[in-house]
Design a protein around this ligand. Sequence first.
Ligand code: PLP
Length: 186
Amino acid sequence: MHSTTKYLGGHSDVVGGAVVTNDGDLRERLFFLRNSAGAVPGAFDAWLTLRGLKTLAVRMERHCDNAERIAAMLQSHPKVSRVYYPGLAEHPGHEVAAKQMRRFGGMVSFDHADGEEAALAAADGTSLFILAESLGGVESLIEHPGRMTHASVAGSLLQVPAELVRLSVGIEDAEDLVDDLKRALG
Ligand SMILES: *Cc1c(COP(=O)(O)O)cnc(C)c1O
């Protein structure tokens, strides 16, 4: 089961999903449900998703290249206390990720060493990374999960650190992205 909203579509302009099976009976049942419940995408949505799919492979290579560059820069940055990227050997999920994936995607998060206010300022201080909640598109996005995507899990086991900043690394020039982040971190 895939969200096609993220990398598959990849241009932040369509929402959708896909269920894929090699089981003929299950396919029949799913087809019946889709047909009778009517949860089908519009023709233009389907066209946008198919158009995105044509460049999925090259986009993913670039997302991964850029995310690796940024994770490495953040790891050695004095204003960053921790980097979360499954491609890093010290990430707790690295072994599982390495078994399941050839590369590690475009999502990178980090803790700002100076706490919540500094994290907010960094998220608000980039010019190439756009402040927004989504992910998996060609454009780079930055956000503060504690106040934005993960505000609803505050006080639960899923609560995220207040100094956390999340990046969805896009396919722009890697050097430009690195410079933009360095400027925002000061
Ligand atoms: C992820 C996302 C959604 C939800 O899409 P799903 O396919 O259900 O994951 C909706 N809107 C935006 C802007 C998103 O980034």
